[in-house]
Design a protein around this ligand. Structure first.
Ligand code: NAP
Length: 290
C-alpha cells in the first residue's frame, strides 16, 4: 500500500510556483496578486483564508484580504465583486464561502468575471470545464487529479466511482475523470439515493469519497488493489486535542488501507492540495490569454 502524501506534494507544487514567479519577475513581469473577500468571523473560514494568505507568501504572490462584518448587504458585496473584476492590479479573487444566510451565494458567484474566478465556481468556468475548454477548475477536484497524476495512477479505461454529487467536489470530479486527456475513466456517481452502493463501490478501481460522513467507506466496500481518495473532512470532538476536535475522513482508514494500492490519509491527503491548486489557478490567471 502506498500512502499518497498530499502535504509533501502540495509543498513541491508551491515551490514550483514560487520558481515560476521568480522567473516572471526576472523577466520584468508583475507579481501575481490574489484577493480574498471574507465575510463575518466564522472560525473555519478565518483559518482557510489565513492559510491562503500564508500560501501566497510561500509562492511569492501579493495578497489582499477584504473583510466585511456579517451584516454586509448583498449589494455591497456585488459592488465589491464588480470593483475587483475591473481592477487590473488583481489577477484573481475568491469570495470565501459560506456567506451569511441573507446573502444569495449564487448571485455573488455569478457576479465574478470568469477570467478572475480562480475558485472555478462560476457557471462559465464549470461549463468550459465540462466541454474541455481552458478554464479554472475548482481546487479540490483539480488537486485530486494532480495527486493521481503525480503518483502515476492509471486512470484510462478504469472504473472510477465517486460518492457524492456536490457542485464543488463530486460533479466536477466526475467531469474530470471522464475527460480524454487525463482521466479517461468509466465514471459512476453515487449519492444518498443510490441503490446497491456497496456493490457498486466494490467494482471501483478508483474510489473517491466526498460525503462528509466519518468512516462511511468500510473494508467490505473496497476492491483489493483499488486506489482510494478520501475527500471527507468532518470535525469530530477530541478532548486530547488543544482545538477540542480532530479531522476525520469518509474512509475507515485503519481497515481499508491494507487493501489498497494507494490511499490518501486525512489529514494530509486531499486537504493540503486544495490551497496549492488555488495558487496554481492564480498563476494561470496571470499567464493565460483569455
Ligand atoms: P455535500 O455538498 O454535503 O455533499 C455530500 C454528498 O454526499 C451529497 O451528494 C450526498 O448525497 C452524498 N451523501 C450523503 N450521505 C450519503 C450516503 N449515506 N450515501 C451516499 N451518499 C451520501 O458535501 P461536499 O461539499 O461535497 O463535501 C464532502 C466532504 O468533503 C465534506 O466532509 C467536506 O468537508 C469535504 N471537503 C473537503 C475539501 C478538502 O479540501 N479536503 C474540500 C471540499 C469538501 P445527496 O446529493 O443525495 O444528498
Amino acid at each position: 500500500m502506498i500512502l499518497i502524501d498530499g502535504t509533501a506534494t502540495a509543498a513541491t507544487i508551491k515551490e514550483e510556483i514560487a520558481q515560476r514567479v521568480r522567473q516572471i519577475l526576472a523577466d520584468g513581469g508583475r507579481r501575481p496578486h490574489l484577493a480574498a473577500i471574507l465575510v463575518g468571523h466564522d472560525g473555519g473560514s478565518e483559518t482557510y483564508v489565513a492559510n491562503k494568505v500564508k500560501a501566497c507568501e510561500v509562492c511569492g504572490f501579493q495578497s489582499t484580504l477584504i473583510r466585511y462584518e456579517a451584516d454586509v448587504t448583498e449589494q455591497e458585496l456585488i459592488d465589491k465583486v464588480i470593483e475587483l473584476n475591473n481592477d487590473d492590479s488583481i489577477d484573481g479573487f475568491i469570495v470565501q464561502l459560506p456567506l451569511p444566510r441573507h446573502i444569495d451565494e449564487q448571485k455573488i458567484i455569478e457576479a465574478i468575471d470568469y477570467r478572475k474566478d480562480v475558485d472555478g465556481f462560476t457557471p462559465v468556468n464549470v461549463g468550459r470545464m465540462a466541454i474541455g475548454l481552458p478554464c479554472f477548475i475548482s481546487a479540490t477536484p483539480k488537486g485530486i487529479m494532480e495527486l493521481l497524476k503525480r503518483y502515476h495512477i492509471q486512470t484510462s479505461g478504469k472504473h472510477c466511482v465517486i460518492i457524492g454529487r456536490s457542485n464543488i467536489v463530486g460533479k466536477p470530479m466526475a467531469q474530470l475523470m471522464l475527460q480524454k486527456i487525463y482521466g479517461d475513466s468509466t465514471v459512476t456517481i453515487c449519492h444518498s439515493h443510490t441503490e446497491n452502493l456497496k456493490e457498486i463501490c466494490r467494482t471501483a478501481d478508483i474510489l473517491i469519497a466526498a460525503i462528509g460522513r466519518p468512516a462511511f467507506v468500510t473494508a467490505d466496500m473496497v476492491k483489493p488493489g483499488a486506489t482510494v481518495i478520501d475527500v471527507g473532512t468532518t470535525r469530530v470532538p477530541d478532548a486530547t486535542r488543544k482545538s477540542g476536535f480532530r479531522l476525520q475522513g469518509d474512509v475507515d482508514f485503519e481497515h481499508v488501507a491494507p487493501l489498497c494500492s494507494h490511499i490518501t490519509p486525512v489529514p494530509g491527503g486531499v486537504g493540503p492540495m486544495t490551497i496549492s491548486m488555488l495558487m496554481q489557478n492564480t498563476l494561470l490567471a496571470v499567464e493565460k490569454n483569455w
